[in-house]
Write a protein that binds this ligand. Sequence first.
Ligand code: 5AD
Ligand code: SF4
Length: 470
Amino acid sequence: MALAARIGPALSSHVPQKKIFVKTYGCQMNVYDSERMIDVMAPEGYVEAASPEEADIVVLNTCHIREKAAEKVYSELGRLRELKAEKAARGEKLVVGVAGCVAQAEGEEMRRRAPVVDIIVGPQNYHHLPDLVARSGNGGPAIVETEFPTEDKFESLPAPDRRKTLARGPTAFLTIQEGCDKFCTFCVVPYTRGSEFSRPVSRILDEARGLADAGVREITLLGQNVNAYHGENAKGRPATLGALLRALADIDGIERLRYTTSHPRDMDEELISAHAQVEKLMPYLHLPVQSGSDRILDLMNRQHTAETYIEIIARIRAARPDIALSSDFIVGFPGETEADFEATLDLIREVKFVQAYSFKYSPRPGTPASTRGEQIAEEVKTERLHRLQALLSEQSEAFNASCAGKVMPVLFDRRGRAPGQLLGRSPYLQPVHIDAGPDDLLGRIAPVIIEQGFANSLRGRLAESEKVIA
Ligand code: 5AD
Ligand code: SF4
């Protein structure tokens, strides 16, 4: 059966079922966790709701990385308070849960500040969601579960549901590693997600085979510090990410592999050589540098310099000359001078990125940088961010423009708005659309002649539709 025929409404039902709605904030790891929360509630008779209005449970899967992200949660909780009251007036119940990193970091405070919340569950505890739901809803204070448990959450989670995987399309996330031991001085992750943990190779391969069997063609391996991966292999020894990628590449049906997010310190030789040798590993790497100033990198406790970062990039480019690079940047870290900021611009000019995420430094409670003097004025941060983003946009636009005339394999994953239009991704993760293509291309890779590059996407036409690769 072509995947196109299988991609459709997520679920249909005749009997009224209980429904869960999970709203995801933040990173891709939260996207994965949200899907798993829905999977873990399925045996309890819950299906996914299309909106909070039709749900019996609403879970906000939250992000704490910057203040703005965390604040959004409280405004959403305000809306849910109204919804809960409306439902109560109709004699209906609504269970409100908060999961993710805000739950982890602010559990007790949230219980006081937002009485609408029934369940507060940390990223390491959401496999207990069925039990928490069963215990909730008595109108009492929220149940808080944010301990770092000793058992392996992944072992308690059901395998991803085949039917839901089919409905989600040909690309999937697979979390292989969680937590971080790097302690960059600006970052809450080591506190909210805990210390590094890697899943065993065999469990990852099983999950990947299940995904391939359900029509997934591209897997993105996830971890807060994914290239620090050191899960146990069949011999009971730690495997590297390079070795894991090689094993995953042997799975039939999996055509593309990606991984994110990496730390420059953990780009070891085996991983770099995988970029040269593993054909299924896509020529795209997200490698956050944060700053181009050695002084700031040191204050950030990044454990690399601008020069060592550039050297690593050179080694990766030697292994895979067409690799496209993406990065994260923070402007206005405490003490950042104009000269420090200029050094970041210089690094960007030297490396050239096709994509980037950039942020104003946001002091996070409990992190060392938040209590440093020399906090930078908001206007200075804003002005630097504009300059940085202007340069980064120039580079990504130039890259997209340079793609015109090339033929690229595109993995089609959804229909566009216009009839006949199909959307997909290039190897370099650029969104690509074609104005006309057969529906059975969905879930497959086909060559596309790129006709035009835009700021954030590409437009093309099918090179030869019969030359579908997978
Ligand atoms: N302020 C601003 N940006 C931050 N990031 C992490 N912590 C902060 C913070 N306190 C950014 C980093 C990281 C990305 C996920 O978020 O660039 O790589
Ligand atoms: Fe945070 Fe990444 Fe640094 Fe870990 S390596 S502390 S997740 S920025």
